[in-house]
Design a protein around this ligand. Structure first.
Ligand code: HEM
Ligand code: HEM
Length: 193
């Protein structure tokens, strides 16, 4: 019996990562979550900067709301971390020296924040005793019992950690743009063909 023909490398290449570039699954996670988080900060900025006006309501109704974005984020980041772990030996290598260490630190912090921030929101919802209804389901039970430490922990950290994440995202995007201007191929690993 003749052996089955080897898979053309391009098939694996498209979905999985290679040392030369991120594959479609990593890119899907990256750009979908980037869009979700940019939307999250845009709507928070509108609520806090402009307030509850009719046009702000109209704009924010165009996409998912605060808690829904958080639930998507915590679910997607869990799957994304598992995928990153599976791909860890195939991904594009980091830069040598302090630049590589800084990139690893920022990427790791972004993963941690993408998990911790919505988790704190959910903790607050549980601690409030009022529960959380989502997609017509009682996602978090309304116990009617307030747990003060959960509320104060979330109140102290949720917003601050979110603004830290916004700063890291701006820094990360700025560095990506600089790589793009230098045409050194780093931007292309996540955005190129
Ligand atoms: C991607 C995930 C999330 C991000 C980036 C985010 C970000 C933020 C930000 C920036 C604020 C305003 C804080 C301030 O005034 O300085 C806020 C407030 C709030 N968020 Fe979130 N949030 C997320 C997910 C969630 C989830 C999943 C819940 C609840 C289930 C939630 C519940 C709240 C509540 C109750 C407030 C008002 C109280 C407070 O300031 O702590 N958030 N969020
Ligand atoms: C529009 C803005 C953005 C641009 C232009 C951008 C660009 C890039 C590029 C070029 C890489 C590959 C870097 C390399 O190979 O060394 C990358 C990786 C990464 N980016 Fe972004 N990014 C953006 C937004 C975001 C956002 C909002 C987040 C999450 C909060 C994020 C999280 C990450 C992470 C964790 C990695 C490491 C690869 C991975 O584990 O998926 N990025 N980004």
């Amino acid at each position: 019996m003749r052996p089955a023909p080897a898979r053309p490398p391009s098939t694996t290449f498209r979905w999985a990562d290679t040392p030369a570039r991120y594959g479609l699954i990593s890119r899907g996670f990256h750009w979908l979550m980037a869009a979700l988080l940019i939307w999250q900060f845009l709507i928070i900025g509108l609520w806090q900067g402009v307030g509850d006006t009719p046009w702000v309501r109209a704009v924010t109704a165009l996409g998912p709301f605060h808690v829904t974005i958080g639930l998507y984020t915590i679910t997607l980041v869990t799957l994304r971390a598992a995928w990153a772990a599976a791909m860890r030996h195939r991904r594009p290598p980091g830069a040598p020296g302090w630049q590589g260490r800084a990139a690893r630190l920022i990427h790791g912090s972004l993963y941690a924040l993408m998990f911790t921030i919505p988790a704190l929101g959910l903790l607050r919802a549980y601690g409030s005793g009022k529960g959380q209804v989502q997609w017509d389901h009682q996602l978090i039970p309304a116990t009617g019992i307030e747990i003060p430490w959960m509320i104060s922990l979330a109140d102290a950290v949720h917003g601050e950690a979110s603004w830290l994440m916004a700063v890291l995202i701006l820094g990360h995007t700025g560095v990506a743009v600089i790589h793009g201007l230098k045409r050194d191929g780093v931007l292309g690993r996540m955005a190129g063909r």
